[in-house]
Each structure stands twice: as C-alpha cells, then as structure tokens.
Write a protein that binds this ligand. Structure first.
Ligand SMILES: [Zn+2]
Length: 180
C-alpha cells in the first residue's frame, strides 16, 4: 500500500469513528419515555451502532418483551436521527441475552434516585425478582436513604415499577423493576 493510500484509509477510519461517536451522542439524547431523566444509554439497552454507507443500524435489547415503552423508544431513535439528516435508520431488536437492570449505568442509577425512584438493587436481575420481594428491606428509600421500606404493590405508576413505602419518613415511592 502506498503512503497516500494508507493515509486515505486512516482518514476514512477516523471519519467512520467520529460518525459512530456522533450517533452515540444523539442516542444519549433519547430518553426513556417512562422515566424521562434516563437516557436509553443510562438504561443500557443499546447494544451497538453500525454504519454501512448511508444506513445506520441501531441494535437494542428490549427491557422486557411487551413493554409498551419499547416501540416509543424505537420511534424516538428514528426521529432523533432523522432530525440530523439520517433517514436510513434500521432498529434491530436483540432479545438474547435478555436485558437486566444490572445493565443500567451508574449515572442512570444516580439519576433515578435523584428523580425520587429507587434504583434497581445490584444483582437483583431477571429471575431474582421474587427473591428481591422476599427481602423488601433491600430497597432503599430515595428520599431519606432508609433501608426500612416495605412493598405496597408490585405495580407502581407503571408496570415497570413497584410501589414501596418508607417506614421511617412514610413516603411512598416507586421502585424501578422493569425486568419481569
Ligand atoms: Zn424515607
């Protein structure tokens, strides 16, 4: 390969990288319709971005099948990318491995707590949710940080949340459990 050809290839690689980074930045601006303080990157559902010519493929793993928020998220991704002139967007669903709340970013957990929703307890991913409900004190009150809380209802303001109440400050709060 001649020197100039190598340079051309390098430049092409750099452009490819920055185009991909730009897509990731735009995805950071797409929020979870159920919890608008969270981006879809905070949720950890974006598995990959691929650029082939004019076509952008975004692969996402649904938080759980049948979650009505997922079709809204796919539409929001398309609209956000379309607004930047990307009109050939393919959204792929990857069902396996299944999304678990363990994929949520640390920043996402902090944003949830600041929003007044108890973030998912670490290591209580899909399959362990019943164990979690057997150990209700594992969920901390997002208002006073007390571990003395109890489950009021498995269904909070949406199907993805459970309703808890704090035994110390008496405040009811949502617990994010979208992994059923
Ligand atoms: Zn409390």
């Amino acid at each position: 390969m001649s020197e100039s050809a190598a340079e051309t290839k390098l430049t092409a690689n750099n452009q490819q990288l920055s185009a991909e980074e730009k897509i990731w930045q735009l995805l950071e601006e797409v929020s979870d319709p159920e919890v608008p303080v969270l981006s879809i990157l905070d949720l950890g559902i974006v598995r990959g971005v691929a650029i082939e010519g004019e076509q952008i493929t975004v692969t996402i793993t649904p938080t759980y099948s049948g979650c009505p928020a997922m079709s809204a998220i796919a539409t929001d991704i398309r609209l956000r990318l379309l607004a930047e002139g990307y009109n050939q967007v393919v959204i792929k669903n990857r069902l396996s491995p299944a999304w678990t709340t363990d994929w949520m970013s640390a920043a996402g957990r902090q944003k949830l707590a600041a929003y007044g929703i108890a973030p998912p307890v670490d290591g209580t991913a899909a399959g362990h949710v019943l164990n979690l409900f057997g150990k209700e004190t594992a969920v901390r009150c997002p208002l006073c940080q007390s571990a003395h809380t109890h489950l009021v209802s498995q269904f909070g303001s949406t199907a993805c949340k459970a309703l808890y109440q704090c035994d110390d400050c008496r405040e009811p709060f949502d617990y994010f459990k979208c992994h059923a």
